[in-house]
Design a protein around this ligand. Structure first.
Ligand SMILES: [Zn+2]
Length: 374
């Protein structure tokens, strides 16, 4: 899959400030407003052919309320103007969405009968390997490094889960999917890229996964990912993805909606499905090229975890036979996200920002030398 076309296509829509900026050029100083009464004579455009965050019909209806001087502008400009207005109201939409999701979760939890209840509360000694537990208990960079390999900067791999835990979780997911199938319950898939898999948080595993993040992943992230909010992780999204010939086969190149991602292979028999990494990038540089030292291909081993920044560009190659199931925990920091809004220029964790900075410094040094020679 090509770098430029597939990276991060599912990301959030443009921020409203960017949209606003574009429109301002065309409609000078026009405040973002709609008319009170529709212009009945205006024939709206169709937006059916576009991939939009809101219904195309909504845009067609809204178009009649645009200020007069906008009606004959291009469809793109009208669209941007209307999107910006709609986004101003999206926090409310977001609240409604959260509420709907809470109800959806509640409905599942009150109807679904778990198969292995012991999975639903944290039993560290039963879930994790002794080596992993020991490192966490010691809670030092040295103890973490003693169980880890860092095959490429910022990608850490280590043995983590007990085989028995992997089996139980796989069987629980199977059981949940059977229940979904039998009751014809419509479930939400983990993200916009995977058609198979299930959100573990949706059927009761949220408290256990919260513990996993707080007591096990945050201590490690505090040491290895402090500059992306590793010590303030406070929310998670936990799910499994399933790959195979009759499942999702591969996953295009992308970044995660997380600060730190834990990815553990649960099994079972498979070939292919390697994870490939191509460097950490900020929003601005997400499409930029890859340096040689950023290239990493990793083959999954059941029970073994991979931990990396969410902004570390990656993808999964085709699983060519068998079936592979991975547990994913996207860990987020609301503090980091809030602070990031005020920082636009340089991100220490972005490989390309770093490269640009070094290049600037090199040019500055060269310029100084030239001055000296003159
Ligand atoms: Zn950057």
């Amino acid at each position: 899959m090509s770098l430029d076309s597939s990276v991060d296509r599912r990301k959030r829509p443009q921020t409203s400030s960017a949209v606003n900026g574009n429109v301002k050029g065309a409609v000078e100083d026009e405040k973002l407003r709609l008319r009170l009464r529709p212009n009945e004579n205006h024939k709206p455009e169709s937006y059916e052919d576009m991939q939009l965050e809101f219904s195309p019909l909504l845009f067609s209806s809204l178009e009649q309320y645009l200020p007069f001087n906008m009606l004959n502008l291009s469809r793109e400009l009208k669209l941007q103007y209307m999107r910006d207005i709609l986004f101003r109201y999206s926090p409310e939409g977001e609240r409604a969405r959260v509420q709907r999701h809470r109800e959806y979760r509640q409905k599942i939890i009150s109807n679904y009968q778990p198969l292995h209840r012991e999975l639903y509360t944290m039993h560290a000694a039963n879930f994790f390997l002794p080596s992993f537990l020991k490192a966490i208990n010691e809670n030092t960079e040295e103890s973490f490094r003693s169980i880890m390999v860092e095959p490429s900067p910022g990608v850490y791999t280590f043995e983590m889960l007990q085989p028995h835990f992997c089996e139980l979780l796989l069987s629980e997911v199977d059981n949940f999917e059977r229940w979904v199938h039998e009751t014809k319950f419509r479930i939400m898939r983990p993200n916009t890229m995977n058609k198979y898999g299930a959100v573990l948080d949706d059927f009761g595993l949220e408290p256990m996964l919260e513990k996993l993040m707080e007591d096990f992943i945050r201590p490690i992230s505090r040491v290895f990912f402090p500059e992306v909010g590793g010590s303030t992780l406070d929310a998670h999204h936990g799910f499994v993805v399933e790959y195979g010939i009759d499942r999702d086969v591969e996953l295009g190149f992308h970044v995660d909606d997380s600060e730190v991602t834990l990815n553990v292979c649960l099994g079972q028999q498979f070939s292919g499905g390697e994870l490939f990494f191509r460097g950490v990038r900020c929003d601005k540089h997400v499409h930029s090229g890859t340096q040689q030292e950023e290239i990493l291909d990793y083959s999954h081993v059941p029970g073994r975890a991979v931990l990396h920044r969410g902004r570390h560009r990656h993808g999964a190659r085709a699983t060519t036979s068998g079936q592979r199931v991975n547990l994913l925990l996207w860990c987020r920091s609301s503090v980091f996200r809030e602070l990031k809004k005020y920082q636009k220029e340089f991100f220490s964790w972005c490989g390309e920002c770093q490269r640009e900075m070094k290049e600037k410094q090199r040019l500055a040094v060269t310029a100084t030398k030239l001055v000296c020679y003159i």
